[in-house]
Design a protein around this ligand. Structure first.
Ligand code: BGP
Length: 472
């Protein structure tokens, strides 16, 4: 595991803050408030304009990584990380999305960040679009409802490839592309009216995103033949709740829906079940011959995925707990423990996921998000004893090792979510903490932004040091 990428992960809208600094434009997540409106807006059911007038928007300041990145990168290096997955904010580069020239100040920020990382021996893994659409493109085109978005995204991605080609080898086109099924505003800046065919809007937008991803794979290979483009899926298999064939079929159906994205991005073809499904749901998509050719010719180079929890499916949910706390739905699995937010904790499920993705696509994998959201307490002497996080991560790392060694699955790297505390995507809370590094900031936006090292920080540092010494 010597050249294995051991890293942390984050997303621009969850860490950077400085939401208008250096001419950055507004993006979809800047319009997503903390509090009770968040879920309805995130799932595209309520327009963001209808949020309460005094709503608090946690992405605006986040944990101010924009001004703390040097300190934060130094802390990552102190842990011993050799990789960092982060995303670029589209609206720092093209503030409305529509400009013909990029914003130099935005490019400069990422140049500085990349230089800082490389100076510390940390390999960047860059997500081009992590739940991120400039508001200007939402206003002009209704976001990914429109084919126009493909050219806008291509312009943005090519700007990044040209500028950062000597510094970045691993690119990811869209974070958790399947999140569009559950939270289309978060995933793709979509708000869907009650009288619209919701799945028509979603599958059309997904098609354009996947064509855009294939197109930039083509562009990347021409600009930088060494670089690799990854697809990215929110993974976690659906288990049948029981051996009842109805439950088994239900789980199969849910897995097919999830695999839809990798089937197209990994194999270049729409799965066959979609034909009947689209017909029966009245879904008619704008898909051209040129799109199909592009999808076939430019599949992704590697498959990245997040894994937090597994899911369970049941055909008849009467009397069963469906409160899984997770956008992916399903029912509560009685065999598993759950996090404080109700997510099912299932290390063995990671082995199952890695095997099923590999069996299906035979492309190198990268686990780019895995971690535990939990409430952390700071003791009087400034310590954070997050043994629950250490236990979660250790259990998952053990499974990864077994899967690589015993099942022979190639994994390029592991970037733990989220290395540093940040704003939770689903809840908008700061108190749902994931980091090795604690940030003094609360759900209402109060706090000094001071960084503290949790017990997990020291534990992972020792874990990596041992790995390194064994490899030498
Ligand atoms: C994934 C996202 C991340 C991140 C993570 C944890 O869905 O890619 O952006 O937030 O999940 O989820 P949450 O913040 O909702 O706990």
């Amino acid at each position: 595991m010597t050249d294995f990428l051991w890293g942390g992960a984050s997303a621009a809208n969850q860490v950077e803050g400085a939401y208008l600094t250096d001419d950055r434009g507004l993006s979809n997540i800047d319009l997503l408030p903390h509090g009770e409106d968040r879920l309805a807006i995130a799932s595209g059911q309520k327009p963001y304009q209808a949020a309460a007038a005094d709503a608090f928007y946690p992405s605006h300041e986040a944990v101010d990584f924009y001004h703390h990145y040097k300190e934060d990168v130094a802390l990552m290096a102190e842990i011993g990380l050799n990789a960092y997955r982060f995303s670029i904010a589209w609206s720092r580069i093209y503030p409305t999305g529509l400009e013909s020239e990029p914003n130099e100040a935005g490019l400069k920020f990422y140049d500085n960040l990349l230089d800082e990382l490389l100076a510390h021996g940390i390999e960047p893994i860059v997500t081009i679009c992590h739940f991120d659409v400039p508001k200007g493109l939402m206003d002009a085109y209704g976001s990914w409802r429109s084919r126009e978005m493909i050219a806008q995204y291509e312009k943005y991605a090519v700007t990044l490839f040209e500028r950062f080609k000597s510094k970045v080898k691993y690119w990811i086109s869209f974070n958790e592309i399947n999140m569009i099924l559950h939270k289309p505003f978060t995933g793709a800046g979509l708000t869907i009216a009650d009288d619209e065919n919701r799945m028509q809007v979603i599958y059309q937008a997904a098609h354009y995103e996947m064509v855009a991803s294939a197109l930039i794979t083509k562009r990347l290979h021409a600009i930088d033949p060494q670089a690799k483009l990854g697809a990215m899926l929110a993974a976690g298999g659906y288990y049948p709740y029981s051996a009842n064939p109805e439950d088994v079929r239900q789980a199969q159906r849910a897995n097919q829906e999830n695999n839809f994205f990798l089937d197209i991005q990994g194999r270049g073809e729409y799965p066959r079940w979609t034909e009947h499904y689209f017909d029966s749901e009245g879904i008619v998509l704008d898909r051209s011959e040129a799109d199909f050719n592009l999808l076939k010719e430019y599949p992704c180079d590697f498959i990245s995925f997040s894994y937090y929890a597994s899911r369970a499916s049941k055909a008849d949910t009467t009397g069963v707990d469906t409160n899984t706390g997770n956008a992916a739905g399903g029912v509560v699995n009685p065999y598993l423990k759950r996090s404080e937010w109700g997510w099912m904790i299932d290390p063995l499920g990671l082995r199952i996921v890695m095997n099923s993705i590999w069996d299906r696509y035979q492309k190198p994998l990268m686990l780019v998000e895995n971690g535990l959201g939990a409430k952390d307490l700071v003791t009087v002497d400034g310590k954070i004893h997050d043994d629950y996080r250490i236990a979660y991560l250790q259990a998952h790392l053990d499974v990864i090792e077994e899967t690589m060694v015993e099942d022979g699955i190639p994994l390029l790297g592991y970037t733990m979510w989220s290395v540093i505390d940040l704003v939770s995507s689903s809840s908008g809370q700061m108190s749902k903490r994931y980091g090795f590094i604690y940030v003094d900031r609360d759900d209402a936006g109060q706090g000094s932004m001071r960084r503290l090292k949790k017990d997990s920080f020291h534990w992972f540092k020792a874990y990596l040091a041992e790995k390194k010494s064994k490899a030498e």
